[in-house]
Design a binder for this molecule. Structure first.
Ligand SMILES: Nc1ncnc2c1ncn2[C@@H]1O[C@H](COP(=O)(O)OP(=O)(O)OP(=O)(O)O)[C@@H](O)[C@H]1O
Ligand SMILES: [Mg+2]
Length: 482
């Protein structure tokens, strides 16, 4: 109880953290975006106004300068007369200096005549340059321009004009404040949406985490109902796939364990029964007793074979390393054929083996023998009196091929997809009677796959079976550990 409370608390904390990170990331993104939206148009329109001011002020100064250029020398009276003829209403201040920067006209304080204009713009204009300067501050655009005045005798002075524009500045400020207002509303709306979305998102993530916990607890049948159509939906579907596989693997494992114990239990029960019969039947004749003991021996054999195969499978499942070398598949086939000849003779089956030389594959020797032996043994065991078994090994274009073909009882079509499953037998009674445990082909299959090979089966009920195994050929330099 306490444990689940702790887990719940942990999960809530995790959800909150994810939610917080999500909201923070969005908040930062939205603020950055709005900041850009707010500052860029304002900066651009300020630049636009400044360049418009530059051209208008310089042309106004140019007009004044041109009007004064008719004067030989710039005296207060003459300049005053010229200036009175000009419309200078929009300007805040106009200063005209002579060539020595002495003020000969000042629209703001006519009494300043005679003083020197200590203005950098004037100094530059007297140097023959056109100067413009503008600033947007304190709710106004302040702009200044200065240009030289030329008379027929050369540079005779400078014109300095200054303008303060509050109406354009007001416009920009009002646009700016509206943008800020809109941004604030957008920010609030985006934040509200982010919180709502993040809740929905984290709720789904939590559901996923919860489902993982349930499956980890052993409920492999648990599935998530995928919602929406996004990455989380994909993740949920992946999770469901994974869980389904887990469920299948778990079911296979259980079936394997129960099949294995059943396989071991049956011969043990038979041994027990036979032993009890011997003990309980007093005065049993020797021939019957021998028969019973022989049966006990064959049941013990079956037990041994099954447990060896189970051990082999579990070693393979655990991925135990085995020594690989360049092994001749032809030799393995010939040796197997020799080994199976007595059984074939007993069954009345004709066994033949043909092999090309140098059919080398990289494998562990045992593994290769196991593959050929299991296939050939089946071909002999599941055959009919007078039937044939042909083992053939040859080098194909890119693979080394092993074919084991028989004219035996064949395998029904519906059983073909299952024959490589552990403990699968087409005819349980018949296989058992032949001492089979249903593990041979699954060992063959696993061994072939682990050697990079492929196995195929073609069979027809009553007309025989053909197993074809292809291996990659051994490289020039073989050997190693897998
Ligand atoms: N050549 C074949 N012809 C007909 N049926 C076959 C042939 N090979 C395999 N089978 C069928 O496939 C089943 C599985 O074969 P497998 O070799 O795995 O098990 P087994 O021969 O019964 O037992 P084990 O090989 O473990 O002693 C067999 O029980 C048999 O029914
Ligand atoms: Mg077999």
């Amino acid at each position: 109880m306490r444990n689940s409370g702790g887990a719940e608390k942990k999960r809530r904390k995790l959800t909150q953290r994810v939610q917080f990170k999500f909201v923070l990331a969005f908040f930062t993104l939205i603020v950055a975006l709005l900041g850009l939206v707010d500052t860029y148009p304002i900066a651009a329109s300020r630049d636009l106004v400044a360049s418009e001011k530059e051209s208008s002020l310089l042309s106004q100064a140019g007009v004044i300068s041109a009007s004064l250029s008719a004067l030989d020398s710039l005296s207060s009276d003459a300049v005053g007369q010229v200036m009175s003829l000009l419309d200078i209403a929009g300007l805040e201040r106009i200063i005209v200096t002579d060539g020595t920067a002495r003020i000969v006209y000042d629209s703001r304080s006519p009494s300043d005549g005679g003083k020197y204009a200590l203005l950098s713009e004037v100094a530059l204009a007297l140097d023959g340059r056109q100067v413009f300067w503008s600033r947007f501050a304190d709710g106004a655009f302040t702009s200044r321009a200065a240009i030289p005045v030329y008379s027929s005798r050369g540079l005779s002075g400078a014109v300095y004009i200054c303008e303060r524009d509050e109406s354009q500045a007001e416009l920009i400020i009002s646009v700016q404040s509206r943008l800020w207002m809109i941004s604030l509303v957008c920010l609030a709306a985006a934040m509200a949406l982010t919180v709502v979305f993040s809740r929905a998102l984290t709720a789904r993530i939590t559901r996923l985490a919860e489902a993982m916990r349930v499956v980890r607890g052993g409920d492999y049948a648990h599935r998530i109902k995928p919602e929406g159509n996004d990455e989380l939906t994909e993740l949920s579907e992946e999770f469901n796939d994974l869980t389904e596989r887990l469920e299948t693997t778990e079911a296979q494992r259980r079936r394997f364990v129960s099949d294995a114990s059943h396989e071991l239990k049956t011969p043990l029960a038979a041994i027990r029964l036979l032993a009890d019969s011997i003990i309980q039947s007093e005065g049993m004749d020797e021939a019957t007793m021998r028969e019973f003991v022989a049966d006990i021996g064959s049941e013990a054999d079956r037990l041994q074979r099954t447990s060896e195969k189970l051990l082999d499978l579990s070693r393979r499942d655990a991925g135990a390393p085995r020594a690989l070398s360049r092994v001749d598949l032809g030799e393995a086939a010939a040796a197997t054929s020799r080994l199976l000849t007595p059984l074939a003779a007993k069954m009345g089956v004709q066994l033949s083996c043909s092999a090309e030389s140098d059919c080398l594959v990289t494998a562990s020797e045992d593994e290769l023998y196991q593959i050929v032996f299991n296939l050939a043994e089946n071909a002999v065991k599941y055959n009919v009196e007078g039937g044939e078994v042909a083992i053939d090994v040859r080098r194909g274009e890119k693979r080394v091929l092993l074919t084991v073909e028989d004219t035996g009882i064949g395998i029904p079509r519906e059983d073909l997809p299952h024959i490589f499953e552990r403990f699968y037998r087409v005819d349980k009674a018949r296989s058992r009677e032949k001492g089979g445990s249903g593990l041979g082909l699954s060992i063959v299959h696993d061994a072939v796959v682990s050697l990079g090979g492929e196995i195929e089966v073609a069979a027809r009920e009553g007309q025989g079976t053909r197993f074809t195994v292809s291996f990659p050929p051994a490289a020039e330099e073989g050997g190693g550990e897998l």
